[in-house]
Write a protein of this length. Structure first.
Length: 96
């Protein structure tokens, strides 16, 4: 017999977790910008000319990598703090 879905977490707890996640991502956007600027400074200081396609690739590669990594890790913490993990962990212990 199928089990019913777990009860959703409280709205207040989820709202607090969303607020913390948004605050975390705003700080991580700043960290991504700093990482891009440091990478561009390093490329410029390496001595050779820096073509525009290298600048675009560096901005996209470094910036999106930092945002993707921190966004996914932030979602792990969001899931824990919002109560979704608690609700999913409550079961009868049977594997079906």
């Amino acid at each position: 017999m199928p089990r019913q879905d777990p009860t959703p977490p409280s709205a207040e707890r989820a709202a607090l977790a969303w607020a913390r996640y948004k605050q975390l991502m705003s700080w991580m956007a700043i960290a991504a910008i700093v990482a891009v600027l440091l990478a561009l400074i390093y490329l410029k200081s390496s001595g050779g000319p820096v073509p525009i396609h290298m600048i675009i690739a560096t901005v996209a590669g470094v910036g999106l990598s930092v945002l993707l990594g921190t966004g996914l890790m932030g979602l792990v913490y969001f899931s824990n703090h919002s109560g979704h993990d608690d609700a999913a962990g409550r079961g009868d212990g049977r594997d079906e």
